[in-house]
Design a protein around this ligand. Structure first.
Ligand SMILES: Cc1ncc(COP(=O)(O)O)c(C=O)c1O
Length: 334
């Protein structure tokens, strides 16, 4: 049982079969029929003109930001945004794009008054504010639909574009019980990770207008992300979107049960209000040594990342029974 992340999911037997059978060609020449099919299908499925298959969510975000912003431009984002905090500063390093982070509200949203105040005047002292980048889900929390509508109004009023890091946008759609297109409609561009809860081995998508994706395709070549017979990966990626979305419902049920069970163990506190999807953060009392707990759990084949709060991520390779076993083991050690 590996609770570190949903990135640890193994491809399904159907994915392995589709990978073995995939028709392939050189995708840098545009010749791979399986990649072309995935890109066209995904663009249509999410309500965009075009899509680009990328090696990772990090690469999709990087290309996404660079295709919106030129050197010396700026994007607004959350302090906790993956594309600010956990992507090695790629937009700044490789794109010369300045991030302007804003403290996230506890629910993951960004306050519009602070965003407004952070927009730079048109003056030679300042970077040019071009883009607002949101993340949904963010740390497992879902951004409310009315917040997305207000964010769209905000960017329109300020002449900005809006990007979504949608690594787990399907988790958000499932939790909100809406079609993923309803979330996507507010954004000029969006990423989707195929290799997290949706279980593809490798790959993400960047979605946007034809012109924007053409620019991102050029940038992908520049960063060495042009792949050749990538249809082998795209075949699994399509199954992620067509066969694996339902599984997320079970992952969310398992996360809620895990949160509920942890709350009954002395020394553990989970804020149940924020368990919207598949990520659970548990605060530990000082008397619990998270490193020791992780070591003890590892002896029983349960992998967790030590830390406080301790993060547990549910996914298809963890069953409802596994959750009960994990809770029993934690309770017994504590
Ligand atoms: C919200 C979010 N965006 C982007 C990424 C980057 O994805 P990758 O690990 O495929 O580069 C992650 C990875 O966990 C993520 O959680």
């Amino acid at each position: 049982m590996d609770f570190r992340s949903d990135t640890v999911t193994k491809p399904t037997p159907a994915m392995r079969e589709a990978m073995a059978q995939a028709l392939v060609g050189d995708d840098v020449y545009g010749d791979d029929p399986t990649v072309n099919d995935l890109e066209q299908w995904a663009a249509n499925r999410h309500g965009f003109e075009a899509a680009l298959f990328t090696t990772s969510g990090t690469q999709a975000n990087l290309l996404g930001l660079m295709a919106h912003c030129e050197r010396g431009d700026e994007y607004l984002c959350g302090q906790q945004a993956h594309n600010y905090r956990y992507e090695a500063g790629g937009a700044a390093v490789l794109g010369s794009i300045q991030p302007q982070p804003i403290e996230n509200n506890p629910d993951g949203t960004l306050p519009f008054d602070k965003l407004q105040a952070a927009i730079k005047p048109n003056d030679s002292h300042f970077a040019r504010t071009r883009l607002l980048s949101l993340e949904n889900t963010i740390n497992g929390k879902v951004l409310p639909m009315d917040y997305l509508a207000k964010a769209r109004e905000f960017v329109d009023n300020n002449g900005l574009a809006m990007h979504l890091d949608g690594a787990r946008v399907y988790n958000a759609a499932i939790a909100l019980d809406v079609d993923v297109k309803e979330i996507a409609q507010y954004f000029d561009s969006m990423t989707v990770c195929l290799s997290k809860g949706l279980a593809a081995p490798i790959g993400s998508l960047l979605l946007g207008s034809k012109e924007y994706i053409a620019k991102a395709r050029r940038l992908r070549k520049m960063v060495g992300g042009g792949m050749r017979q990538a249809g082998i990966l795209a075949a699994a990626g399509k199954l992620a979107l067509t066969e694996q979305v339902e599984q997320l419902k079970q992952d969310h049920i398992n996360a809620k049960r895990l949160a509920e069970g942890l709350n009954q163990i002395p020394g553990f506190a989970v804020n149940a209000e924020f368990i919207h999807t598949n990520i659970v953060f548990a605060k530990l009392d000082e008397c619990i040594d998270s490193q020791l707990l992780a070591t003890k759990l590892a002896d029983d084949g349960i992998t967790v990342t030590p830390g406080n709060p301790m993060r547990f991520v549910t996914h298809k390779d963890i069953s409802g029974q596994d959750i009960e076993t994990c809770l029993e083991k934690i309770a017994s050690y504590v």
